[in-house]
Design a protein around this ligand. Structure first.
Ligand code: TXA
Ligand code: MG
Length: 347
């Protein structure tokens, strides 16, 4: 039986927070709110607690997990060797926050965390409730996104309840995840920093901070750096087939409206994922806006919820309109591409 515990803030909920920390120390699974997406947490140093995460998610065992810490001193039980200058700068600038760093792993990190890799992923989340639970537990907490494997990541407590009620020991419900996309995964274990997964912290922000070019894994060949192993799996997929339409917004809308007519002639229902500026010109059966094209943070915040809403409407096909890949646009498009199973239509 899953127990649902509402913890909207730290103040006044100290007792509930202690209970959740104790549950982690008893090797139970606890879903935590974070600023990126909800995470499915368990004791990060105990193999059998970590195995419960894979079971609850239905996640392939070769996809490694991120360790979540509440203070820098916890790094010493996670990583081997000195923290490089690049890593130090990243932590100073973006921790706590949506940036995961890849380090050489400490010998005591269970292989269930790293899926056999010599490296380990570590992040300090910015959500005060998550931070406080980790601080009370005083151990690194392993936490992948708390969705069933392959489904959109959960950014609202209802998403987590829909996916995980009955599969974990505790669900902490709180406010909606502010960022709405998972953290940027940055490999700082080699000479050159490489983004393995675009996310809440952008390439542009990292380059400005580090004054060097930061590579992104799709621009890196397999001889240079390993991708985040998770990148090869189906992700975020809604139930209906989805197409990502690339081109100018004007042309995309014309194309989609023509497709809608064809689908209607076959009695098929169509969902369209678009933007505030063009809402009234799109003719789908269910039209959802990610927000204004002038506000990338708003769009990022809404992506996963929009994918889940399309599922609830039980449509036969989904079209999403692409956007500019600069800054946060890179992470947004990465998630839309994967949700579409890379079915892109250039118009
Ligand atoms: O924002 C986030 O990062 C959320 C919240 C809960 O913190 N967590 C999250 O975890 O997105 P997950 O498991 O869904 O994604 C972790 C990603 C995967 O793509 C995985 O392959 C990669 O990080 N990863 C983990 N350890 C790695 C390592 N040692 N080397 C390369 N990639 C790694
Ligand atoms: Mg995930």
């Amino acid at each position: 039986m899953t127990k649902i515990v509402h913890i909207p803030q730290v103040e006044g909920f100290e007792q509930e927070i202690k209970c959740m920390a104790q549950a982690i120390l008893r090797d139970e699974t606890v879903i935590l709110p974070t600023e990126t997406v909800y995470g499915l947490g368990a004791h990060g140093l105990h193999s059998h607690a970590i195995r419960k995460i894979y079971e609850a998610k239905g996640r392939p065992q070769d996809n490694p997990l991120i360790l979540h810490i509440s203070k820098r001193s916890m790094l010493k039980v996670c990583i081997e060797g000195e923290v490089s200058e690049v890593a130090q700068k990243c932590m100073d600038a973006f921790w706590p926050g949506p940036l995961t760093l890849i380090f050489k792993k400490h010998a005591q990190i269970p292989q269930e965390i790293t899926a056999g890799l010599p490296t380990v992923a570590v992040r300090m989340p910015a959500h005060p409730v998550a931070l406080k639970i980790i601080e009370e537990a005083n151990v690194p907490v392993a936490a992948p996104s708390a969705n069933r494997s392959g489904k959109p990541s959960p950014t609202q407590s209802q998403h987590v309840i829909d996916d995980m009620d009955g599969r974990v020991d505790y669900i902490v419900t709180s406010n909606d995840s502010e960022v709405g996309l998972e953290s940027t995964v940055l490999d700082v274990s080699g000479k050159i920093p490489v983004i393995l997964r675009p996310g809440g912290i952008t390439k542009e922000q990292l380059e400005e901070l580090l004054s060097v070019e930061v590579l992104q894994s799709d621009s890196v060949t397999e001889h240079h750096a390993p991708m985040a192993p998770g990148m090869k799996y189906t992700h975020y997929a809604p139930d209906a087939p989805m197409y990502l339409v690339l081109g100018s917004v004007e042309q995309s809308i014309d194309y989609i409206n023509a497709q809608v007519l064809i689908h209607h002639s076959r009695q098929e229902r169509v969902a369209v994922i678009g933007y505030d500026e063009y809402q009234t010109r799109i003719n789908g059966d269910f039209v959802v806006s990610l927000g204004s094209l002038k506000n990338q943070s708003e769009i990022a915040h809404n992506v996963f919820n929009a994918l889940r809403l399309c599922n609830q409407k039980q449509v036969d096909v989904i079209y999403a309109i692409g956007l500019d890949e600069k800054q946060l646009g890179s992470a947004i498009m990465n998630r839309l591409r994967k949700a579409a199973g890379h079915q892109c239509i250039e118009v």
